[in-house]
Design a protein around this ligand. Structure first.
Ligand code: PGA
Ligand code: ZN
Length: 424
């Protein structure tokens, strides 16, 4: 009953209007469908997203080779395999690909099948995906909501990519969503009053042209207060400056704001100042992805005070994660399923992080779709934090809405814990 009978992939579009892979998996008793996300500020060591590269078709971004790999070679190999044993299925596909970064068949092909198979397995049991993956799960995630978009996600004068609000003082996920949404609307009013644009960037956050990166921080604090909340107590701030995008020739260049450039040590000094001046609980990719010495210094300087998250730095890969754990180079990892290219490997990275008493944060990509797999994944893995964008645009809201459904299904069992209330 649980053996794969049919696999079908097609090319669909993501939230930026670029092609991506959708996969459907059918068994005798179940059906699952999933769509693969896509990043813009990608880490150098991510698994390979196979694109066709013909400039006259979708600007080279079509994914028909990945789609065909699912429909032919991958289907032939996984036909008859058990969707209830996702690990064996994923390992079989990885072996069939045969490259270290899934560049032959495409991480987008393998991940699409992996996710769809997980959904089919849950569907067979008539369960929500989180429940199928972990029936004992009860922890709802604290959302990091990206309400100001800069860097590679917007055409604005803000260098840093993500300015997020974190409603850690809420009593439940449902209430956290309300806190965040009210702050998002307060921010819109404040930006309008100051004569700024309120159009949004790739992750649904505002993308105004501000005078400096600090001005974005001041707007965040003002919006939290305007919405009636206490900065730091009800709602804190998390940052993903994604500075690998700003790193060139050994220096960090503040091109968008015209603020000159900084060394690695000067970046750490900037983060120390910001942590003193603002209610910051988390900084992701505060240094370049290859600056291991810098990361160690950064962690030493601030690791007791805040969460230091590796995204481009660790690319959801246990190889980089185990090195970072042994070298004390951060204290949290961002988990993006398409950075590594299978559900099993993403879950392995979460387990490795938790075993080392690190935190793991499940994340979307800037190119998303209506797929809601990560909402179930974050609950099943009891990570306690999710990054899934701002409070506008359905590609972001779809995940929040799924989390509302999950919290409702959990009922009295649901717990919402402030992950920053205890030090490591
Ligand atoms: P990406 O960025 O999805 O555009 O790569 C998101 C992030 O850096 O967290
Ligand atoms: Zn990031």
């Amino acid at each position: 009953m649980t053996a794969i009978t049919q696999v079908h992939a097609r090319q669909v579009l993501d939230s930026r209007g670029n092609p991506t892979v959708e996969v459907e998996v059918t068994t005798k008793a179940g059906f699952g469908r999933a769509i693969v996300p896509s990043g813009a500020s990608t880490g150098e060591h991510e698994a390979c997203e196979l694109r066709d590269g013909n400039p006259s078709i979708f600007n080279g971004l079509s994914v028909m080779n990945a789609v065909n790999n699912v429909n032919t070679e991958l289907f032939e190999r996984v036909k008859g395999m058990d969707v209830q044993d996702l690990k064996t299925l994923d390992m079989t596909m990885i072996e069939l690909d045969g490259t270290p970064n899934k560049s032959r068949l495409g991480a987008n092909a393998i991940l699409g099948l992996s996710m769809a198979a997980a959904h089919a397995a849950a569907n067979e049991k008539n369960m929500m995906l989180w429940e199928h993956l972990n029936p004992k799960a009860s922890r709802m995630p604290v959302p990091m909501m990206n309400v100001i978009n800069g860097g590679s996600h917007a055409d604005s004068s803000v260098d840093f990519q993500e300015f997020m609000i974190v409603p850690l003082g809420a009593a439940s996920f449902t209430q956290a969503l309300r806190f965040g949404t009210e702050t998002f609307h307060a921010l819109k009013k404040l930006l309008k009053e100051a004569g700024h644009s309120t159009s949004v960037g790739d992750e649904g956050g505002f993308a105004p042209n501000l005078g400096s990166n600090e001005e974005a921080m001041n707007f965040l604090v003002a919006a939290i207060e305007r919405a009636g909340y206490v900065p730091g107590k009800d709602i804190a701030i998390a940052l993903d400056p994604a500075v690998s995008e700003m790193f060139e020739g050994g220096m960090y260049h503040f091109k968008r704001s015209g603020g000159g450039c900084k060394t690695s040590d000067e970046m750490i000094e900037l983060w120390e100042k910001w942590v003193r001046d603002y209610p910051i609980v988390s900084i992701e990719d505060g240094l370049d992805e290859n600056d291991w010495e810098g990361w160690k210094k950064f962690h030493k300087a601030l690791g007791k005070k805040i969460q230091i998250v590796g995204d481009d730095f660790l690319v959801t890969n246990t190889k980089f994660l185990s090195r970072a754990i042994s070298e004390d180079a951060a204290n949290a990892i961002l988990i993006k399923v398409n950075q590594i290219g299978s559900m099993t490997e993403a879950m392995d990275a979460i387990h490795m992080a938790h075993d080392a008493k690190w935190r793991a944060i499940v994340s979307h990509r800037s190119g998303e779709t209506e797929d809601i797999t990560i909402a179930d994944l974050v609950v099943a893995m009891e990570c306690g934090q999710i990054k899934t964008g701002s409070l506008s645009r359905t590609d972001r809201i779809a995940k929040y809405n799924q989390l509302l459904r999950i919290e409702e299904a959990l009922g009295d069992k649901a717990v919402y814990i402030n992950p920053f209330s205890t030090t490591e």
